[in-house]
Design a protein around this ligand. Sequence first.
Ligand SMILES: [Zn+2]
Ligand SMILES: [Zn+2]
Length: 890
Amino acid sequence: MSQIPRAYEPGRIEKKWYKLWLEQGYFTPQIDPSKKPFVIIMPPPNVTGELHLGHALTATLEDIMVRWHRMKGEPTLWLPGTDHAGIATQVVVEQQLAKQGQTKDEIGREKFTKLTWQWADKSRKDIRHQHQLLGASCDWTRERFTLDEGPSEAVRTAFVRLYNKGLIYRGERMINWCPRCQTALSDLEVEHKDIVGHLYYVRYPLTENEGFVTVATTRPETFLGDTAVAVNPEDERYKNIIGRSVTLPIIDKEIPVIADDAVDTSFGTGALKITPAHDPTDFEVAQRHNLPLVNIMNPDASMNENAGPYQGLERFACRDKIVADLKDRNLLEKIEPYFHSVGHCGRCQTMIEPEVSLQWFVQTQPLAKPAIEAVKDGKINIIPERFTKTYFDWMENIRDWCISRQLWWGHRIPVWYCQECDKLTVSVDEPSACTHCSSKQIIQDPDVLDTWFSSALWTHSTLGWPEDTDDLRYFYPTSVMETGYDIIFFWVARMIMMGLEDTDEIPFHTVYLHGLIRDESGEKMSKLRGNVINPAEAISKYGVDALRFAITTGTSPGNDINLGKGKLESSRNFVNKLWNATRFILRSLDAEAPKGQAVDERPQKIEDQWIHSQLNQLIKNVTELMEEFQFGEAEQQIYDFVWSKLCDWYIEIAKIRLRSQLTPSPLPLLVDTLEKSLRLLHPFMPFITEELWQSLKQRLPDEDQMPASIVLAPYPLADDKAIAPEAERVMDSVIEIVRSIRNIRAQYKVKPDKWIEAQVYTGELLSSLSTQANIIETLAKVRPLKMLGRQEREPDKDKVLVLVLKEAEVVLPLAGMIDRLAEEQRLLKESEETKARIAQLDARLKDNAFLNKAPPQVIDKEKQKLAMLEDKLKRLHQELSQLSSSSADS
Ligand SMILES: [Zn+2]
Ligand SMILES: [Zn+2]
């Protein structure tokens, strides 16, 4: 039989298995109406470049869920895909053009779109490759791109349906305008930054009388677009001028003074300039008072013909000139520094202009209602639960969604304007004529849809909607939507709204939100800080399994994760530990028998019962944790079991029996424990577990009946009958005895190969501990070892060291090598620690919250623990008093 190599080489093994899994079609589920499927639709990465660590986290968490459900025998679909990412991708391609000294307008829409497709195709290929590197077990036969024909038809269909229901409209509304990208942006695409600006106090002369009204503004240049001054009707200062008018300086335009309750009398002078075309609040005031809108800017934020003498000036140059001109005319009362928050384009960081513009909107309130209900009713669960409140807050205050973008990259708006009758034709398929007057003079809207419009349909468009496909019928609603908490509004909320709207069903039952990956000191990773870990580099250095393990172990939903070199290294150490343990077991198997033997259902030896019990308890815990989406904790527990219980203890104990060829051989159980551990670990570390499992399988008696790959092997089920509390108690004691003797040996620098004498005094465990004497002897290097009942212990005449343990006492003769003072301090420290633990437990057992919540067996266990600790404390005190009396003797 083939030997496994001395060292683990991740790269070679990863490639080999992924290729085989793909060839065998393990990731493509069969539709089986008798079984309930498990479905995750992958959040599609943007085709803007390479995957970062956040993507690796998303892919790993989803792969954990998917592999686990597949092993549970459920038809499991993980559908991968990518997002065209409208503005983000367009900006990337524009930047590349700029490097060659070109702009998109110079090369034109057609050529630009072609270039962007080339970029997207390459990027999709890279992303697919990187997901495969990570071991993502997705069904590549069903891969989708948001601009594919299917999802595009879904986009047009959803648009037309909403339009026909009156939920999509075109109107002049306040939007965020990016003068560089020259497109509208939704509120979510705007980043707010706090900046120090100025508050300018500008005097508007009264038209009929002498005097002024002074208004305060951060953007004095917008006075060119003012159509009123508003004051609060209750404001005594301005009562007499309501209904009169003022004259805008320089351009000599007369505008009314109006009264509106919304005016805050404490801001500035209490008189507000109203610029409805360039301020969201002013826009609302204008709607109430029927004021005209005057747009004063071109799309690039230079001033237009409405700006009179300032036409053609760039917005900030215009501001400087206006401030100077107002000063000259003595119309600038004062300038104050002013700290405020200003919106910037999320893609290019240009300061946005709030602007009234003719755009397409989705009326979201009617869509939000059922989406709120679905979460309230518990049809959709959000994990962690605290994000439910965030979801409600946003959904209950939702504003209409501006969906048109003045971009070239994306889904064209399916609306055609008739040149003859001016009416609109809104259609899924390209019309050949106006549906109202049959004119052929129709022109399609040049704009594209917000990229999140197609993402909102992702869960159903990928499965074939609007067609009634087998996939849609079987796999929808999907199971889990796993994504970062930072896009709950951009995406999750909109998917719920659109899923319900289009299909009348929720798109998924569970929303699982993960946190951000930060560096080891908790700082955000950024190129600027130079603390970014590139997943591809980490993979080539540590292997995929180690990376996956490092970013998910010990984490919990919704919480940020700290990652540094240390965690990656310790994950790699774990992989190596597993590799070496398996090598040892395989070598022993080959030496003892060509094929392993069946396992005893009820092992006879205490240490066998113990590991068997621990394994089954682990399986039970892991299953529960997985069901509760606590993958990080499940992984931590498997790690602790494999590293400590299996490798550090059980294998070491088994070696003693193997060396002396004692029967029964520990090998069958060792093999069984390892084999189940590999299956438990497979969803987290797919590659090493497959490699080791395959080697192990060849040596098993029932090889023929086992599946061809661990991917298809069943996830282990716990056997309650295997739980053996008595064996656990004995082995806990054995481990404690060995550990404490080893500590003392280290503390007193006893040479590793030197045998020392020991006596162990036990309580109730005497007979069972005696059967483990051989183990204690070998592992603690003590000989002769005497085991006696605790009551047999006589006050020590010789100089000895006494270790007071939970259930036993270990007495080591020290023959002059002990420092009595140090010994006293050690005992004092130990009794202080025991006291602290007693106090802790005592408080817990007096805590009503705990007593009401905890199951009775847990409370009993705590009480037992307390009794043991109190007994231990008593014995420690005895030792201390003896030590002082014997030192008085000497
Ligand atoms: Zn921009
Ligand atoms: Zn027409």
